[in-house]
Design a protein around this ligand. Structure first.
Ligand SMILES: [Zn+2]
Length: 277
């Protein structure tokens, strides 16, 4: 199969400058290109090489850090070569870079969280202390937060003086946050969860089996946190009561229709903010 892609032609114009016909052509071409890659997976396969005999012959190579000559026992070193002086230092440097990266990631996430709250028209003075606590926690334990929405949720809960335990391990699972005084396990879910409802339900059953019948796992879609975080606690409490009530009426089980109903419920609880810019 041949694949003619006229990169240059499309590269000259921005997508917005293409006529409708040209756009269709470009889309077809990229579709064709995808098909081409799909049908030719070998392009990215590693070449099958004859196992090479490692040649042990002392050879000079340049240190990747300071460019000094280093004598290595083989003529074809697979890894980067460092001189003795640089070995430890370069490893430390890599670690430092990684640490800086993680810290910046947390700070960007934190800034996004605060910006989102501002956009919602929140009174930021109310969030100052909770926000500082979140930042401090996140810098000390970066793995505790995986999104700005999680940060917002924790700020909101702390603001309401709700005790929060982050990344709580229960059996084989980890729950985003546990609110021990409210018997709520809270998951702030991205859009991916729409596709794993069955898995999520099994998970919830397993978690409740460990925590007990008083507990409910409540999943709040991230976009509600982005739209109206101020309603988070009220919504979680309301869903908690609703779930427990339904269980009471159904012999402890949550019927299949619930998740659709839950969705409607959320829409109602979070409402729409009029002052989103
Ligand atoms: Zn060196």
């Amino acid at each position: 199969m041949s694949c003619e892609i006229k990169w240059k032609e499309t590269a000259v114009k921005k997508k917005s400058e293409l006529t409708r016909g040209e756009q269709i052509q470009a889309n077809l071409r990229s579709e064709e290109y995808r098909k081409f890659l799909f049908n030719n997976p070998d392009l990215f396969a590693r070449p099958v090489r004859e196992p090479q005999r490692i040649e042990f012959r002392e050879t000079k190579h340049l240190c990747w850090h300071c460019n000094d000559e280093v004598v290595v026992a083989t003529s074809r070193p697979r890894l980067r070569v460092y001189c003795d002086e640089c070995k430890e230092g370069s490893e430390k440097e890599k670690q430092e870079t990684l640490k800086k990266y993680v810290e910046l990631k947390i700070r960007v996430m934190y800034e996004r969280a605060l910006k989102t709250l501002e956009k919602q028209g929140s009174i930021m003075a109310w969030y100052k202390e909770p926000a500082e606590a979140v930042l401090e926690k996140a810098l000390a334990e970066p793995e505790k937060f995986s999104s700005s929405q999680e940060m917002i949720a924790v700020m909101e809960l702390l603001r309401n003086e709700v005790k929060v335990v982050l990344q709580k391990r229960v059996g084989n699972y980890v729950i985003d946050m546990v609110l021990p005084d409210l018997f709520i396990g809270l998951e702030i879910d991205g859009y991916m969860h729409q596709y794993k409802r069955v898995h999520d339900n099994k998970r919830d059953v397993a978690i409740r089996a460990v925590l007990g019948e008083k507990w409910e796992i409540i999943r709040i879609p991230t976009h509600y946190v982005d739209e109206n975080a101020g309603r988070l606690l009220r919504a979680a409490n309301s869903i908690y009561k609703y779930k427990q009530k339904i269980r009471g009426e159904n012999g402890g089980l949550i019927p299949a229709w619930f998740s659709t109903r839950e969705h409607e419920h959320y829409k109602e609880l979070f409402g729409k903010l009029k002052n989103i810019k």
